[in-house]
Design a binder for this molecule. Sequence first.
Ligand code: NAD
Length: 255
Amino acid sequence: MRLQGKVAMITGGGSGIGMAIARLFAREGAAVAIMELVPERAQAVCEEIEKDGGRAAWFAGDVTSSSDIDRVVTGILDTFGKIDILINNAGIMAPASGPKASVFECSEEDWKQMIDVNLNSVFLVSRRVFPEMAKNGRGKVVNMSSMYGIVSNYNRAGYTATKGAIISLTRSLALDGIKKNIYVNAIAPGYVNSPRIQERLKDPKWYEELIERNTPIGRVCEPEEIARVALFLAGDESDYIIGQTIVVDGGWTLR
Ligand SMILES: NC(=O)c1ccc[n+]([C@@H]2O[C@H](COP(=O)([O-])OP(=O)(O)OC[C@H]3O[C@@H](n4cnc5c(N)ncnc54)[C@H](O)[C@@H]3O)[C@@H](O)[C@H]2O)c1
């Protein structure tokens, strides 16, 4: 098992990519701590992990709130004693008011929500967790960007800006962290078969026009395929890699 004895904190681990990471890390021997805005989701994932003989705990909390982050990190330390791995995964594709996010339509409030949930959270959670990793003498951090941090898309100003910023922030955090043996990298997924796009995936026209035509590999990515890259970046095998963003997009950004 590649993460035996490790403790992994995963934000947004109650669904999609975060859930796949939680399940895989638990199978690889890690104790998994999920921070979730929708606690029932995290609870269900943890119960399933425990049923399979793994160790998991869930914590309700909003990654945009410093006080929630502090409460959750304190809870994880009380439960498992340390944090070896941090997966900054929680994120939203569009603001709560809907997907109208071009510069013509996006309100100031919506813009700020995107920045808060997708970008500020990565900084705030890292700021709280890095000192704990430094006390342990080592840590591994994986931030969730997107291929839309590299190429753009219509009506997605907030999403593309935040996911691009995560790529830059990952470089800065890597330089800050490595002085304390904290290794920071990011993943930039293409379209992943998670609940947020599952409804659209059922539409064969959408699948053919958007996914098949634009993805050289010709299919959508499964959450487990992102989880396996997160496992590599969270484990010891990636120890000479810092500040990088691994693009896992089936070739979308090659053209
Ligand atoms: N699915 C894709 O196609 C895709 C592609 C590229 C990047 N990503 C990124 O991967 C990450 C996970 O995406 P997913 O598709 O699994 O999404 P998802 O919506 O299935 O899961 C995200 C989870 O994060 C939680 N969350 C949202 N806001 C939160 C907050 N403020 N505090 C705590 N938890 C919060 C949600 O409750 C949810 O359970 C996101 O950062 C997303 O931008 C997804």
